[in-house]
Write a protein that binds this ligand. Structure first.
Ligand code: ADP
Ligand code: PAZ
Ligand code: K
Length: 241
């Protein structure tokens, strides 16, 4: 059995796999600490994707040390499992993006656009030949909200008090939430247009990350998109076989 962890800037998503069976899974906010990762199974290996480091990984290091785990950390490389990085400095590509690109390419076995809506909104395009063609990094919904709050005096509202969707808002909460969602959906729509320009023959679109469902709903039915909640975790088997 293997414990797999996807440690993002906001949340840790984890599961224990036994071959291709998922034995247990969970997620928690990083700020709440790794005492929230409660295992009932006894994994022998730990594979990790982390985009945080230093003090922010201290809780995870302690979690592993207390259980005698020697975690194996995935890294972005110039080539993995038939996918070639677009980055000149391949190690600088976020490992979550690299895992998503590799897992997406393996899943589709062809050209794929991977959208990951987490702390940041990411897009990554891979060609049918496995060439990564680069991508986007933009603030995600929660980062947009915190930057609006930090940079203004009067954008203040009750977090609960809004209607979901991109309809024009007639109160601050609605205007902000619709505007942020529109920005996400707009970036995804432009990513799809840019991907069409690069790969006119066509490509699959995969969507993952904590905000994937709200973006999926707001995108409408113009695009055929598959939501794959654990795409980053799926990539670990290819980088750390
Ligand atoms: N249960 C939840 N707790 C916190 N955030 C959630 C939850 N479900 C969805 N979200 C949304 O998902 C985002 C985090 O997505 P995620 O893919 O886990 O990010 P990251 O990998 O960057 O930590 C949050 O900003 C929030 O908008
Ligand atoms: C862009 C990211 C911050 C996204 O992190 P996340 O939203 O998953 O928490 C992460 O992929 C990262 O740290 N990337 C390094 C820069 C790059 O990919 O070019
Ligand atoms: K992530």
């Amino acid at each position: 059995m293997i414990l797999e962890c996807d440690i993002g800037n906001t949340r840790c998503k984890w599961r224990v796999v036994d071959g291709d069976q998922v034995v247990e899974r969970g997620s928690f906010a990083l700020a709440d600490g790794f005492e929230n990762l409660v295992l009932t199974s006894q994994p022998k290996r730990v594979r990790v994707a982390s985009v945080v480091e230093g003090d922010n990984l201290a809780g995870f290091t302690r979690f592993c040390a207390e259980r005698g785990f020697s975690p194996e950390l995935a890294h972005s490389t110039a080539e993995s499992a038939g996918v070639v990085s677009a980055y000149n400095e391949a190690a600088k590509l976020g490992v979550d993006r690299w895992l998503g690109a590799v897992a997406g390419y393996k899943r589709i076995q062809g050209a794929v656009l991977v959208i990951d809506a987490g702390t940041a909104l990411k897009a990554d395009l891979v060609s049918a030949a496995g060439q990564h063609l680069g991508g986007y990094i933009a603030p995600g919904i929660a980062l947009m909200e915190s930057s609006l709050l930090a940079g203004t005096d009067k954008v203040r509202f009750d977090r609960q008090d809004y209607t979901a969707g991109v309809a024009f808002g007639c109160a601050t909460a609605d205007a902000v939430n619709a505007g942020m969602l529109a920005a996400q959906v707009g970036a995804v729509a432009v990513a799809i247009e840019e991907a069409k320009r690069r790969i006119p023959e066509g490509f699959a679109i995969l969507l993952t990350g904590g905000d994937s469902v709200s973006i999926y709903k707001a995108l409408g039915e113009a695009h055929e998109i598959e939501i794959v909640p654990e795409l980053v975790l799926d990539g670990l088997q290819w980088l750390l076989p």
